[in-house]
Write a protein that binds this ligand. Structure first.
Ligand SMILES: NC(=O)N[C@@H](O)C(=O)O
Ligand code: NI
Length: 180
């Protein structure tokens, strides 16, 4: 009988600004009746504006801010994650257009991720994320199919692509967010 090793499990954590802070920033709305102190009413009070103090890195080394639409398929969970990537020179932001949830698998920048460095977060459908430059992450894992706006650093055709790839020592299994 060959014992098949069960893969190490990655528990899903709810996405919160404090838990995600080492990896990036959480984008989410707020209740205008309890607006953040940094928010201010605009447009004759019909809207609250909160300017985010996010050091977006989009123009390093002849880069420029670029928008893309990722039309994502729903991934099948539980899912094995093995390959991780990072964009050392640029922020990368994922903003769902259809209220779809997604799973963000990340590890701190600067060092190659070991199995204990990897964290998995699941959004609530009303959140987006801005990854810090260099944050190791798995490519987009949509829970529901749908379109995402991705704000990222674009480079001219022929310029070096800013995407380092690494593989975890062993694949990790991300639990099913629909079962969580
Ligand atoms: N590969 C690509 O265009 N997108 C990735 O960077 C990703 O994080 O999904
Ligand atoms: Ni990426």
């Amino acid at each position: 009988m060959i014992a098949l090793d069960t893969p190490a499990q990655l528990l899903l954590r709810p996405l919160t600004p404090s838990a995600f802070a080492p990896y990036g920033t959480v984008l989410e709305g707020f209740d205008s009746s309890d607006a953040p102190t940094a928010a201010r009413p605009i447009n004759n009070g019909s809207c609250w504006r909160l300017d985010l103090a996010i050091p977006l890195a989009l123009s390093h080394a002849s880069g420029q801010a670029g928008l893309a639409i990722y039309q994502a398929q729903a991934r099948h969970f539980p899912i094995m994650v093995h390959e991780m990537e990072r964009h050392a020179l640029g922020s990368q932001s994922f903003i769902p257009l259809e209220g779809q949830r997604f799973v963000v698998v990340v590890a701190p920048a600067n060092t190659l991720p070991g199995p204990d460095d990897v964290q998995a977060f699941v959004t609530n459908g009303r959140q987006g994320v801005v990854l810090h430059p260099g944050t190791w992450h798995h490519a987009l894992l949509a829970v529901q199919a749908g379109a995402f706006v991705v704000l990222e650093r674009h480079v001219p055709l022929g310029a070096p692509v800013d995407c380092d790839v690494t593989w975890l020592a062993a694949p990790l299994q991300v639990q099913d967010p629909n079962a969580a």
